[in-house]
Design a protein around this ligand. Structure first.
Ligand code: UGB
Length: 438
C-alpha cells in the first residue's frame, strides 16, 4: 500500500470533492434513487470523519517512496485513550530509583534481552520496533510475545516517524532512551545501502531531534559497533584508536552515528553514550549472523563457508555473549548523566561517551565451527574460502578497560559456554530436525 495516498490526518479529507456537494446544483435532475445513493455516500464520509478521533492517527510517511524506504513507515494506527494507557502502563516505573526507558529495536536480539532485564529490575520499559523483514519477522514476533508476557508493550512504528516518536514523549517523560533500532549486518550493505542510511543515519537524527526538544531531555545510550575500527591492525582495539577507515557502509554509518552524537551533545546538551558491540551472540539471536546460520546449515548437512585471510591467515572475532552485553547496557544506562538542555536549548556541557563492549578473547571462526560440531554432534561440511571484499574485517579484539573502570563491565561467558546456551535454545525453538526452513 502506498503511504503517500493515505491522508495522515482526518483534516486532509477533501470533503469539498464529495460528489453530493458537487452535484447539489443539479438536484432537480436527480431521481429519488440517485439522491438516496449519494446521501449514503455523504453520510458514510461523515461517519468516517467522526470515528477517526484526532488522537488516533495513522503514521505518516514523509519520506519519498524509494528503495531508501524499503521498510517504509507502516500504516499502523496509534493514539487514542486505550493506546496511551497501554504505553503508560508499560513505561511505568515499579521500583524505587527506577528509570523509564524507551527501547528502540525492542523486538531485535539485543533489544529483547535488554528490555527484559530492565523490566525484571522494576524499570519502566516501552518498546518501539518497525518489525521489518531484514530477517524472519516471525522470530521478532516471538520475541515480542515473550516481552508482552512480562508486561512490555512494543509500539509498532519506525524511528523515522517523527510524529509517533514525539507522541511517545508527550505520553511518557522518559528518563532514558536505549537506542538499538538499526540496520545491522556488514555484508548486506552492498545489497541494500539505502536501508543503512534510512535507519542508522536518518532514523538516528530523527530520534535525536525529538529527544533534544523533549522536556525533560532523556539520556541516550545507543548501539555503535566494533566495525568502526575497520582496517586497523593495532590490537586490542581501544576507544582512543583511529576510526576513520571503515571497511563497510555499515561501519561507516555507525561511525557517522558517533559524529552525529557529538553534534547533538555539543549543540543541545544531550547526554549520549555509544556502545561498540563486538559480534554479539546467544539465544534469540540474529539469523543473519554466522554462528546462527552455521548451526542451521550444519544440522541440515549443507556446506558452510569459512573465510580465511590473506596467506591463509586466520579470521577471528571477539564473540561476546548476550548476557555480558546486557550487563554493559545496564551499566551504561545507570552511569549516564542527565542531559542538560531544555526546550531544545543547551544549558551546560553534557556527558559524551563511547565504550567497547567485547569479550577480550578473539576466537578463530574455524574454532567456532568446531565448538558447534561438538555441541550439535554433527560434522560440518566445511568449505574454506578467501574473505570476500564486501565489508568483512579479518580480526576484532576489544580492550574493555574503560567500561570496566566506569561501570565494572566484566564479561564472564566464554564462547564454548555461550554457544552451549545458544544451541540449547536453538534446538528448543526450531527443533534439531533437518526440516527447519527459517
Ligand atoms: O561487531 C559488530 O559490530 C558486528 O558484529 C557482527 O558482524 P560480524 O562480526 O561480521 O558477524 P558475522 O556476520 O556473524 O560473522 C562472524 C565471523 O564469521 C565469518 N563468516 C561469516 C559468514 C560466512 O559465511 N563465513 C564466515 O566465515 C566472518 O568473516 C566473521 O569473521 C554483526 O553481524 C554486525 O551487525 C555488527 O554488529
Amino acid at each position: 500500500m502506498n503511504m503517500n495516498n493515505i491522508p495522515s490526518t482526518p483534516g486532509k479529507f477533501k470533503m469539498e470533492k464529495s460528489p453530493f456537494i458537487y452535484n447539489r446544483f443539479r438536484l432537480h435532475y436527480l431521481s429519488l434513487a440517485k439522491l438516496t445513493f449519494w446521501s449514503f455516500i455523504f453520510m458514510g464520509l461523515i461517519v468516517m470523519f467522526f470515528f477517526k478521533s484526532p488522537t488516533t492517527q495513522t503514521s505518516s510517511n514523509s519520506m519519498p517512496s524509494s528503495d531508501l524506504s524499503r521498510r517504509s513507515l507502516k500504516t499502523n494506527s496509534w493514539g487514542g485513550p486505550g493506546w496511551e494507557k497501554r504505553v503508560k502502563s508499560s513505561a511505568k516505573i515499579r521500583s524505587q530509583n527506577g528509570i523509564s526507558v524507551l527501547v528502540t529495536g525492542a523486538a531485535g536480539f539485543v533489544g529483547t534481552h535488554v528490555s527484559a532485564a530492565l523490566k525484571r529490575r522494576g524499570d519502566g520499559v516501552l518498546g518501539l520496533d518497525n518489525f521489518n523483514n531484514y530477517y524472519d519477522p516471525a522470530l521478532k514476533r516471538a520475541r515480542q510475545a515473550l516481552l508482552e508476557r512480562s508486561g512490555i508493550y512494543i509500539v509498532e512504528g519506525d524511528i523515522n516517524d517523527v510524529e509517533l516518536v514525539k507522541k511517545l514523549f508527550e505520553v511518557v517523560r522518559f528518563s532514558h532512551v536505549m537506542h538499538l533500532a538499526a540496520q545491522a549486518g556488514v555484508r548486506y550493505a552492498m545489497e541494500n545501502p539505502g536501508s543503512y542510511v534510512h535507519s542508522n543515519i536518518a532514523g538516528f537524527v530523527n530520534l535525536l531531534e525529538v529527544c533534544k526538544s523533549a522536556n525533560p531531555q532523556p539520556a541516550i545510550v545507543w548501539a555503535s559497533s566494533s566495525s568502526v575500527y575497520g582496517l586497523n591492525t593495532k590490537i586490542p582495539f581501544s576507544e582512543k584508536d583511529r576510526t576513520d577507515q571503515p571497511a563497510s557502509l555499515y561501519a561507516a554509518t555507525k561511525k557517522a552515528g558517533e559524529e552525529i552524537a557529538h553534534t547533538y551533545n555539543h549543540i543541545y546538551g544531550l547526554s549520549l553514550t555509544g556502545l561498540r558491540f563486538f559480534t554479539v551472540y546467544g539465544p534469540w539471536g540474529r539469523p543473519d549472523m554466522a554462528y546462527f546460520f552455521f548451526t542451521k546449515d550444519i544440522l541440515k548437512g549443507k556446506s558452510i563457508h569459512i573465510f580465511e585471510g590473506a596467506n591463509h591467515g586466520t579470521v577471528a572475532r571477539d564473540f561476546t555473549y548476550i548476557d555480558d552485553i546486557v550487563k554493559g547496557c545496564l551499566g551504561a544506562l545507570d552511569t549516564a548523566e542527565k542531559s542538560t538542555g531544555s526546550g531544545g536549548k543547551k544549558k551546560g556541557n553534557a556527558q559524551l561517551r563511547v565504550f567497547n563492549l567485547g569479550n577480550t578473547s578473539p576466537v578463530p571462526v574455524s574454532d567456532l565451527v568446531s565448538i558447534l560440531e561438538r555441541l550439535l554432534k554433527v560434522k560440518a561440511n566445511r568449505r574454506v574460502m578467501k574473505l570476500p571484499r564486501n565489508g568483512d574485517v579479518p580480526f576484532t579484539h576489544a580492550n574493555i578497560s574503560y567500561a570496566q573502570r566506569e561501570f565494572g563491565y566484566k564479561p564472564t561467558t566464554d564462547l564454548q559456554t555461550g554457544l552451549k546456551k545458544f544451541v540449547r535454545w536453538y534446538v528448543s525453538y526450531y527443533g534439531s530436525g533437518k526440516k527447519n526452513d527459517h
